[in-house]
Design a protein around this ligand. Structure first.
Ligand SMILES: N[C@@H](CCC(=O)N[C@@H](CSC=O)C(=O)NCC(=O)O)C(=O)O
Length: 284
């Protein structure tokens, strides 16, 4: 792992990192915030919270815009923000659409050519990165939380449900809750997964939740959603996740906020609540 840049912040440090990913087959980037307690010599492994960003974002978006570092420093939480797609795969048409291809990896392993060679975000985020973090940084792989925004909210919900036990706490901002039933999801799944609807359903948070035999997160899942979000009705559909959680007895705190849109002013407003929610769960 290579540290590309290092920036002091709130007594800790923000790192921009790159490593040669075996899962993706290309160099991949991610950012990290180490709280003050994790930058001392011989620091013990810390609880860590991974944030999955949305369409068009990079590993920088969360660190620059979400306003998470001050509270993470207070709570002693490591923050990690991976990039949102492979870079340098050179797939034809990769940059033709802002909602598919570059910056739009959808946190799954593609099965369709030509995407399947490098577009393997699920293996990178859920398997390779936690192992790398625990090896290279003061991170306790047994105390990982996961959250994300929009496409990254879909990623957080689906990876947490597809990898039981990997992530102890789960929350999301304005997640895509039923990608098999919205234009963003349909386009991505057709491109990355082909026509097999069973494969689509295996990456749909509401479908995955409905398939649980009991509540996978008995201590609850936190979701915040702005009511002035222009993507709410067509793309996000939190009501479908709400129904699915009710069906399996999964406690869900779904907060609907009048006046808030889809952007980082909304996310930064409620960031502290999410950090404290995860810190409580990861300490339990
Ligand atoms: N270019 C798009 C808007 C793209 C956008 O809104 N991206 C969101 C995530 S949307 C779902 O995953 C985002 O987080 N953008 C980064 C930011 O800094 O706001 C359009 O034309 O509508």
């Amino acid at each position: 792992m290579e540290i590309l840049s290092r920036h002091a912040a709130f007594g800790g440090v923000v790192l921009f990192c790159r490593h040669d990913s075996k899962a993706i087959g290309l160099p991949m980037r991610f950012s990290v915030f180490l709280p003050p307690s994790a930058v001392v010599e011989g620091a013990a492994p810390h609880a860590a919270l991974m944030y999955l960003a949305g369409l068009t974002c990079t590993e920088e978006t969360f660190m620059a815009k979400a306003g998470a570092q001050r509270v993470a420093a207070e709570l002693g939480l490591v923050l990690v923000a991976p990039d949102t797609s492979p870079r340098g795969a050179n797939v034809e048409g990769e940059s033709a659409h802002w909602d598919f291809g570059l910056g739009a990896g959808f946190y799954l392993d593609a099965t369709e050519a030509p995407w399947r060679t490098h577009y393997r975000m699920e293996s990178w985020v859920a398997d390779e990165l936690p192992t790398l973090l625990a090896r290279e940084l003061p991170v306790d792989a047994a105390r990982l939380g996961l959250f994300g925004h929009s496409m990254g909210g879909h990623g957080a919900l689906t990876l947490a449900l597809r990898h039981p036990g990997r992530f102890r706490t789960l929350s999301a901002f304005a997640p895509i809750c039923a990608p098999t039933q919205c234009p963003w999801g349909e386009k991505a799944f057709r491109g990355y997964l082909g026509q097999d609807l069973a494969a689509w359903r295996a990456h749909d948070a509401s479908e995955l939740m409905r398939g649980q035999s009991g509540p996978p997160y008995p201590a609850g899942i936190l979701v915040d959603q702005g009511l002035d979000d222009k993507f709410l009705a067509e793309q996000l559909k939190p009501e479908l996740l709400e129904v699915a959680c009710a069906e399996v007895g999964q406690p869900l705190t779904l907060r609907r906020h009048a006046g808030y849109d889809h952007g980082y002013y909304f996310i930064s407003t409620f960031m502290e609540d999410h950090l404290r929610f995860h810190a409580r769960g990861l300490a339990a």
